[in-house]
Design a protein around this ligand. Sequence first.
Ligand code: APR
Length: 250
Amino acid sequence: MDLDAAVRAADALAAARRVSALTGAGVSAESGVPTFRGPGGLWEGRRPEELASPVAFAADPELVWRFYDWRRTRLAGARPNAAHRALARLEQLVPSFELVTQNVDGLHAEAGSRRVVELHGNIWRVRCPRGCVDEIDRTAPLPPPLPPRCPRCRGPLRPGVVWFGEALPPGAFEAARRAAESAEVFLVVGTSGVVEPAASLARLAAGRGALVVEINPDVTALTDVAAISLRAGAGEALSAIVDRVEEARR
Ligand code: APR
């Protein structure tokens, strides 16, 4: 890891009053959770629209549910990793910290992050497409038959995640935009930066004069807006950076 770049990122974070972060699947990769794109990714050999879209759900709700239940089963054993824990520590170290995540696994909250905007929903929640019931938490694989039925209208319940072509949860993008607009330092961690409107947050932050710091082993679509780009894993880089911020704020 480029230690000089990590030191510059840590020193900027230590001096900042308002910090925001945008995270993606790469933050959970070290918890054993598959990413979407790249080798072994969930979309490898699949078209996401075939499994993560309203059209797919209308065509075959059971297939879509089996996919999400398989993902939930894989997630059931996942625990927060050093990256999640470092971001939760950072929230305690800076005066104002906002975490915007594209992840639906709930691991940021489990690691102790409190101010989390889940842009793409949460895989542990289910809801009725007809709005009969509010979101209900289903943290265990659902009993057969799939899909589970709405207790009121008996129609198929759906995962509480945002699918391709759908609107984000009410208020989520507004909160995320405020976080990007107000940030002095904007962290971009573990995302390929190809899905909108999440990716636009980094450009918005940069346009408002924030120092954008990217942490990713690979170059991404957002590397061009990063003033500091660390080619490293999130756990290693964030742990080292937050250790230095903690030292500086003592
Ligand atoms: N540390 C940091 N980054 C990592 C690590 C790691 N240990 N391992 C992988 N990465 C990076 C990859 O290099 C890649 O750039 O994480 C990124 C994951 O990219 P994607 O798989 O595209 O995931 P993400 O950017 O979160 O996707 C955005 O797309 O399918 C939709 O709704 C889904 O929220 C998801 C959205």
